[in-house]
Design a protein around this ligand. Structure first.
Ligand code: ADP
Ligand code: GN1
Ligand code: MG
Length: 368
């Protein structure tokens, strides 16, 4: 699609000012994102929603309307808070709805661009990690009393490891891209851990853990920091739906504790940064201790192992399926991601006890 066509799309929304430039933005694996700069200083974020991934776009957009409304209402009651800057704002289209479908069947939406913010694919400082923890902890806290009927499952079974493993098994059986012969060690690694990784689901079915509305995609680049590195706004709300809090904790830690990018090709560079882990945990528990049960606190460490493992399963499944889900930058990108996340699981397994002690010590400190 050319720039002209993207401009036409923007003109279907109630944006203020004349468009100066539109350029691709961000490093997400799912949606297509553009920054729209206008001559008024009001900038916008245009997104083409990946409707192969999000099959019920009206349902998804209804979630976003309900979640952002709930968050803004909460913040209105907090002295000094700024709901316009701290929560995503959807822009209406000319028919006062929040998305459009173009003639090619693609779906588009527009958010207010939050100026002077930054998102990081990798965490650089303890301050950033602490702020990320605070942001996601507060996010969960603010959604704790939201009526679950107001959000649909935008991707059913999203973090259900049994479902993800069953999908992998289907991909192995089909071997549609003829890549199975390249991935025996990875499959063996996954198989050795199938049972233990079902622990959170088991705790759920035993009634020890309950689902809450969580974010479900807490990688660090889904929180915007301001120019002073204070957390400003949690973004990428497409997967906000019921799940266990350990999933959000684990997904955030996956990106924070790793000194290397998610797809690092040199496995020797994948090392754990414990100070960043500690800082995130402090920020998170500062906000979340007030609503977490003891069982949930005890489950956080399981999320730290489970979510990178689930990424191994998901990236490998996509590799075997011929790269139909995630955006890729090379034909081996999904294999590279698989191997990097697998290495991270190995490192996390070695450090499991140390990490859990940090979680429990931080929690003890918070409940005193
Ligand atoms: P994806 O689902 O593809 O990850 P995101 O919604 O996370 O898409 O957006 C991609 C990137 O765009 C983010 O990582 C962030 O850098 C930036 N971004 C998203 N929303 C905003 C916003 N409202 N203001 C400023 N930057 C944003
Ligand atoms: C995708 O959209 P993005 O890039 O924030 C994926 C997440 C994965 C992540 C891995 C809807 O997130 O579940 O954890 O890639 N989102 C979806 O980087 O599948
Ligand atoms: Mg994102």
């Amino acid at each position: 699609m050319t720039d002209i066509a993207v401009e036409d799309i923007v003109s279907l929304f109630k944006v203020h000012g004349k468009i100066a430039t539109i350029r691709p933005f961000g490093s997400g694996h799912i949606n297509d994102t553009y920054k729209v700069i206008t001559d008024t200083g009001n900038n916008y974020l245009l997104q083409k929603i990946n409707h192969f991934v999000f099959k019920d776009v009206p349902g998804l957009m209804n979630n976003l309307v309900n979640v952002t409304r709930h968050l803004k209402d909460k913040l209105k009651a907090v002295p000094g808070a700024d709901p316009e800057k701290q929560v995503l704002t959807l822009i209406e289209n000319n028919d006062s709805e929040y998305f459009i479908e173009d003639s090619a069947g693609s779906y588009w939406r527009v958010f207010l661009f939050l100026n002077n913010t930054k998102s990081y694919d990798q965490v650089l400082t303890e301050r950033q990690a602490f702020e990320g923890g605070r942001a996601f902890g507060r996010f969960q806290a603010m959604l704790a009393d939201m009526d679950t009927k107001l959000v649909i499952d935008t991707i059913p079974n999203f973090h259900n490891i049994e479902f993800r493993l069953a999908n992998l098994d289907k991909a192995i059986a089909a071997d549609s891209a003829h890549r199975l012969n390249k991935v025996s060690p990875e499959i063996e690694f996954i198989n050795q851990r199938r049972q233990e990784m079902g622990w959170i689901l088991q705790l759920g079915s035993m009634g020890v853990l309950s689902e809450r509305i969580i974010h479900n995609d807490t990688k660090f680049n889904n929180v915007l920091l301001d120019e002073h590195d204070h957390a400003q706004c949690v973004i990428d709300l497409d997967t906000v739906m019921p799940g266990y809090v350990a999933y959000d904790f684990g997904d955030a830690i996956r990106t924070i504790i790793n000194n290397a990018p998610e797809d690092e090709p040199d496995l020797n560079l994948i090392r754990l940064n414990i100070p960043l882990f500690t800082a995130y945990t402090k920020g998170y528990l500062k906000q979340a201790t007030k609503f977490l049960t003891e069982a949930e606190v005890n489950s956080l460490i399981d999320g730290v192992l489970l979510i990178p493992y689930m990424q191994v399963v998901r990236f490998l499944t996509d590799y075997l399926n011929g790269d139909i889900y995630y955006k890729i930058h090379s034909p081996w990108h999904n294999l590279q991601r698989t191997q990097a996340q697998l290495q991270l699981v190995k490192k996390l397994e070695e450090a499991k006890e140390t990490l859990n002690n940090i979680i429990l010590k931080t929690w003890q400190h918070e409940i005193q």
